[in-house]
Design a protein around this ligand. Sequence first.
Ligand SMILES: Cc1ncc(COP(=O)(O)O)c(C=O)c1O
Length: 423
Amino acid sequence: MGFTLDTSHIRSLFPSLRQEVDGIPAVFLDNPGGTQVSQGVIDAMSNYLARHNANRGGAFWTARCSDEIIDEAHQAMADLLNAASPDEIVFGPNMTTLTFSVSRAIGRQIGPGDEIIVTRLDHDANITPWVMMAEDRGATVRWVDFDPETYMLDLPGLRNLINERTRVVAVGYASNAVGTINDVKSVCGWARDAGALSFVDAVQYVPHGPVDVQDLGCDMLACSAYKFFGPHMGILYGRYDLLDRLQAYKVRPAKNVPPGKFETGTQSHEGIAGTLASVEYLAEVGRRYGGQYRAGFDQFDGRKLDLRSGMTAIEQHELQLSAAVLDELETIPDIEIHGITDRDCLDQRVPTISFTWPGRHPRAIAEALGNQGIFVWDGNYYALAVTERLGLEDKGGMVRIGAVHYNTLDEIGRLGVALRNLI
Ligand SMILES: Cc1ncc(COP(=O)(O)O)c(C=O)c1O
């Protein structure tokens, strides 16, 4: 199978990818920590600041421009996630802050005897906000484990934990540590059947595949623009009737209607303009490279169709990157890969691949790669429950190779050479 994307064209749109470190082209494999942005995103942000900078709701031109851009950004995010309405999209500083905020609002309806479900496969941003809310409200937290051999979430265990006392099920779409994609659609269905709310952390899934909140049947879903080629912003989807019903922590003059009641204070308007441009970028990927995938989304049209076909082209490209990273890692004696390696199951993971190398500290490996112009993360990447469960927290965690659609097989080859140089 050939590549579905022309990476040289894609890469030409990202100025940062042309950078060199000490004369060596930089290889960005730190993407789960944050992706690079296209020139279109940079232009949208600087254009906003240069021409349209104002607060909202004023009776003058720049205020009207700001309103228009921000409204359009809500619509763009609704298209990306297939929300039924732009009023179901809440912007905020990042996923963590939005999750703390909305978990407080949900907590107002929770008390002793109620139960909250969290998983050990999640980033701490989808664990601690719920644990602290449960502490505040006297509710009980139930933990779902993952299998440290297969790196799969214990879905039967999760299902068994859901009962008539369950109020919230918080689950990750894709793990930022080991890359596993979870069957969140089933989880949301089980939560709904029990009358519980489902909250999906999609931060690590959105850059890798098409998302459809209506098909998932989730009540809320959070993501971060800086993980999908945009600026440092967080986005929360919430079903309109739920956002409407919840009592937000907000100041009095702000209107008490979604989404504004959760968008407290003045937002990063330039960040919202950049987020809009990042969605436009992904739609353009669909227009250029998504042709063969459009038939699979015939219920959609316009930008929603472009986004779904584009994200499917990205997904297909990334299957080959996952295989290439695994192939390279498997040439290194003793390396232990922490995640799915079965080539027939690569559709159950994103190309975020963590490993340990006995006798070598993860930081030392990341430093050695960094010295060769290859950027990777080491540590727990805030997936503390994962490194604790794997017994790696006091050993420096893992090294994480995180590819996205602008990475090439040549870059993965360079990673392999650099690792073999360390032997
Ligand atoms: C899976 C996952 N959830 C949540 C977060 C936190 O996102 P933010 O930095 O937008 O708060 C991250 C960040 O790495 C993540 O990978």
